[in-house]
Design a protein around this ligand. Structure first.
Ligand code: ZN
Ligand code: ZN
Length: 424
């Protein structure tokens, strides 16, 4: 009790600075929200981050793993704490109606013109990390060690963390002793949600091309119809989880896109499926992926295809393992600083993140948590009426709109508190 009171008084002093910078952080958040950038195209965002890190006195390195930015603050002997924020946006047409809504468009990696929106809240992650760094700089007489701030590109395509590691993140900069990060999600704002152990699912994104033999729509007997082939495959894939995964294991197989043909009287040459697989266990993951490949090949054979289907791995996210000891320690600090009721335990999330790659590569613990972005009263009403899914727009929705406060304040405080817990 004495320890936590002491600690609470300590971080409260550190939080005082937040009142001075809240207005600036709010303006930054709205500016980032209005100017989202797609994965590996985050040039404007990276420049803004680099400029602010420089102003705070960090050693700044840009272009790490493409558009990534790394800031280092050395403040005497002690542990190195990696604080991570991702900063890419999504090809989504914003429909929030906010006065700072995005009107941006960009060219996606396949060459198409797409709308862009911060539909996953990474603009909030950047703002909260910059706010936390400001507080840590302000309070530097109270801790010692090194802060390694990692602003990561391309989380949405599961490529940015690996790109930064491949570009020498662990060799060119101080090696971390712990990796910390957070994600805003549709939960009551002001609250932080902790997960421990296997916390976010592994994810595989696959593009599958099935080959038929095209021809005239009036003469199906002279063709191998890839539309029927793909349709049968989609239905059969529904049996992977229901018939091949044990009841006490979990997995998801989703066919998110099916594309074939252009005209009602032409049987096309091929069909394309985009498939998403989620799992919490490497054994289950391998089993599900093998089943998907087997079913796709077998349906091609069943249709009489002349050519084997082709598989392309589009994305691959690791399982996020929150180290139990590191999570317990961080959660204790958050409870002391934010209040017991503001920190809740959450079950594992069927969503994916590449943040875990940093800790895995460095061989050190990761602690990654969620913080709420939805008005608490509105959220509570939706819970009471069992209507959260219908009423509260989730990440990746065109209506996803975290309320700026108290979300921003909570995110800054959580990250600052966690960093201070791990610094000397
Ligand atoms: Zn996302
Ligand atoms: Zn995200």
């Amino acid at each position: 009790m004495r320890v936590s009171n002491h600690r609470r008084a300590g971080v409260d002093d550190v939080f005082g600075r937040l009142d001075e910078i809240r207005g600036d952080l709010t303006a930054l958040y709205k500016d980032l929200h209005a100017h989202p950038e797609l994965s590996f195209q985050e040039h404007r965002t990276a420049a803004e981050v680099a400029r602010r890190l420089g102003d705070l006195g960090f050693e700044v390195t840009t272009g790490v793993g493409g558009t990534g930015v790394v800031g280092v603050l050395r403040n005497g002997a002690g542990p190195t704490v990696l604080l991570r924020a991702d900063f890419d946006a999504l090809p989504v047409l914003e429909q929030t109606g906010l006065d700072y809504a995005s009107r941006e468009r960009a060219t996606s990696s396949d060459g198409s013109d797409v709308p862009v929106m911060h539909a996953c809240g990474h603009d909030m992650h950047v703002t909260c990390l910059l706010g936390a760094l400001d507080l840590l700089v302000d309070a530097r007489s109270r801790w010692s060690g090194t802060v390694l701030a990692v602003f990561q590109p391309a989380e949405e395509i599961g490529a940015g963390a690996q790109a930064m590691l491949d570009d020498g993140l662990l060799e060119r900069f101080p090696r971390p002793d712990v990796c910390l990060g957070q994600h805003v999600f549709p939960f009551r704002s002001g609250a932080v949600g902790m997960m421990t152990g296997p916390s976010m699912s592994a994810a595989d994104g696959l593009k599958i091309t099935m080959f038929g033999r095209g021809g005239h729509g009036s003469q199906p007997q002279n063709t191998v119809d890839p539309v029927v082939m793909a349709s049968a495959t989609v239905l059969r894939l529904q049996t992977v989880v229901s018939r091949e995964v044990a009841g006490d294991d979990t997995a998801v197989v989703t066919v998110g896109s099916i594309r074939a043909g252009s005209k009602e009287n032409i049987i096309p040459e091929q069909a394309e499926l985009l498939v998403n697989v989620r799992s919490f266990d490497e054994r289950v993951r391998e089993r599900v992926l093998a089943a998907v490949r087997r079913i796709v090949r077998a349906e091609a054979v069943a249709s009489g295809a002349d050519r084997e289907p082709e598989f392309e791995q589009l994305t691959r996210f690791p399982l996020l393992l929150n180290d139990p000891d590191a999570t317990a320690r961080t959660a204790g600090a958050l409870r002391a600083a934010l209040g017991e009721k503001s920190v809740v335990d959450l079950p594992p999330a069927m969503a994916s993140e590449d943040v875990g790659l940093f800790g895995t590569a460095a061989g050190v613990p990761t602690c990654y948590w969620f913080f709420g972005g939805t008005d608490a009263v509105r959220f509570q009403e939706a819970v009471a009426e069992d209507a959260v899914a219908e009423r509260i727009p989730a990440n990746h929705s065109p209506h996803f709109a975290p309320e700026v406060e108290p979300t921003l304040t909570t995110g800054v405080k959580a990250l600052t508190t966690a960093a201070l817990e791990w610094l000397d």
